[in-house]
Ligand binder design. Structure first.
Ligand code: PMP
Length: 361
């Protein structure tokens, strides 16, 4: 252990949502409902299923190392050049690539107090100093984040919407922030939940990339596009940033199936619209329950709702598990009194509501 890099020796591993199979085996119960990893409850798009079946015959060959077709599609969709795109094995891979490409142990990296855990993780793995800026109403305090910039700052991570709080920054707030960040500090705008945000509220982040060469937009196919298990994410940046990231990137970081699935689902507008619709309805269902039960929740722009359940949160999590509902404890995000519940299908949301209502009695 003494041989590991100093940052890695003190690193806590990423805590993923508990898998259904594990709960089934540990507790000996069936029909588990998992609302723990912000996955798409619709399952794979039917078009993706068909395309994956067709792609099986090509799997003895290596994937296209440069993801030509997927990059071409993304470039057309967003009005950018293919040399502005970097593909990732999920957007976590993009986030790690960014840290490895631009950050070293002399640098500081800024993120918000309740920010997505991969930001401190990749920062610490490199041996750089993470600077967690106290939250404002559970979300990003942008003026405080600006004030935290020092000559050592190399990167700032902003998740919009943020996970696990669901908090959201308006395009006006973001525009004002980005304009004030010095050009030698990279701003990573992580828009993993972008597709759930209404078109009127979305920031023109890809357009900003043309204006701010230090801005990096990160997106994923794991949420509204329903490809979490396939691992597909991407960054849109200035071509110089993409060039550098692509030098560091493993050549086959997206496999043939994830490339094909992402290409197909990008055109599946019906699936995307259905994902958003199911999410809105499920969100309303959970919010209604919280309001009727007097539970505080953090208003969310994502595909999850973080609910304040009190100092017994760890015990409530265990009791929900025993009732067959997996949610996500967020104590590791300095939210020890909250639980994060992903939006599922109506019956899955109801299973959570029924189990939680029993506990509240
Ligand atoms: N960013 C945020 C804010 C997230 O919540 C997640 C998913 N938990 C990711 C990035 C990474 O998702 P993926 O690697 O599946 O693209």
């Amino acid at each position: 252990k003494a041989l590991a890099n100093p940052g890695i020796r003190t690193l806590s591993p990423y805590q993923a949502g508990k898998p259904i199979e594990e709960v089934e085996r540990e507790l000996g119960i069936k029909n588990i409902v998992k609302l723990a990893s912000n996955e798409n409850p619709l399952g794979l798009s039917a078009k993706v299923k068909g395309a994956l079946q067709d792609a099986l015959s090509g799997l003895a060959r290596y994937p296209d190392a440069n993801g030509f077709y997927l990059k071409t599609k993304l470039a057309e969709k967003f009005g950018v050049h293919t040399n502005q795109i970097t593909l990732g094995n999920g957007s976590n891979d993009v986030l790690e690539l960014l840290a490895r490409t631009f950050v070293n142990e002399t640098h500081e990296v800024i993120f918000a107090q309740h920010a997505f855990v991969v930001y401190p993780l990749v920062t610490q793995a490199i041996g750089a100093k993470g600077v967690a800026v106290p939250a404002k109403n559970y979300g990003h305090d942008l003026p405080a984040m600006l004030a935290a910039i020092t000559p050592k700052t190399r990167m700032i991570f902003i998740a919009n919407p943020n996970n696990p709080t669901g908090t959201f920054l308006t395009k006006e707030e973001l525009a004002e922030f980005i304009a004030q960040v010095p050009q030698n500090v990279l701003v990573v705008l992580d828009e993993a939940y972008y597709e759930y945000v209404s078109e009127a509220e979305r920031a023109p982040s890809v357009e900003w990339v043309a204006q701010y060469p230090n801005l990096i937009v990160s997106r994923t196919f794991s949420k509204a596009y329903g490809l979490a298990g396939l691992r597909a994410g991407y960054a849109i940046t200035h071509p110089d940033i993409a060039d550098l990231m692509n030098r560091v990137r493993q050549p086959f970081n997206m496999n043939s199936l994830s490339l094909r699935a992402a290409e197909v689902v990008l055109d599946d507008e019906e699936y995307l619209a259905e994902s958003v619709r199911v999410n809105q309805e499920g969100m309303a269902q959970l919010v209604r329950f919280c309001e009727q039960s007097g539970l505080n929740y953090i208003p969310s722009h994502g595909n999850f709702l973080t609910i304040e359940v009190g100092s017994e949160a760890a015990e409530i999590y265990q009791q929900l598990l025993r009732a067959g509902v997996i949610v996500r404890p967020v104590a590791g995000y300095q939210l020890p009194h909250h639980l994060r519940v992903s939006i599922g299908l109506p019956a899955e949301n109801q299973a959570f509501i029924d189990a939680m209502a029993k506990l509240l009695k």
